[in-house]
Design a protein around this ligand. Structure first.
Ligand code: SF4
Length: 87
């Protein structure tokens, strides 16, 4: 949860790792946005019916951040671990 909080409040300094030739990046798909949504889901502020589960599957930017995180986080692994066992 601590790593999710770091990422949720980070200004996406890994953004340049997202390839220019990839599909246009949506702000709601950035690692920071996904972390914020995951926290809201895990803390009960968003329920599964809100569409958050589907939103958390949009991981292109999250995967691209691997090896480029300012804080040395592996956010795909952090998100998988955080969501393990979630409804
Ligand atoms: S993956 Fe790292 S650099 Fe990118 S938004 Fe999260 S904490 Fe910031």
């Amino acid at each position: 949860m601590a790593s999710l909080r770091v990422c949720a409040y980070c200004p996406n300094t890994c953004r340049p790792s997202y390839p220019a030739e990839a599909a246009r990046q949506m702000e709601s798909h950035t690692p920071s946005a996904l972390s914020l949504m995951a926290l809201a889901y895990l803390e009960g502020q968003l329920d599964a019916g809100s569409g958050v589960v589907q939103a958390l599957r949009r991981r292109e930017a999250l995967v691209a951040s691997r090896g480029h995180c300012t804080y040395g986080l592996d956010m795909p692994a952090v998100l998988d671990a955080a969501l393990k066992g979630a409804p």
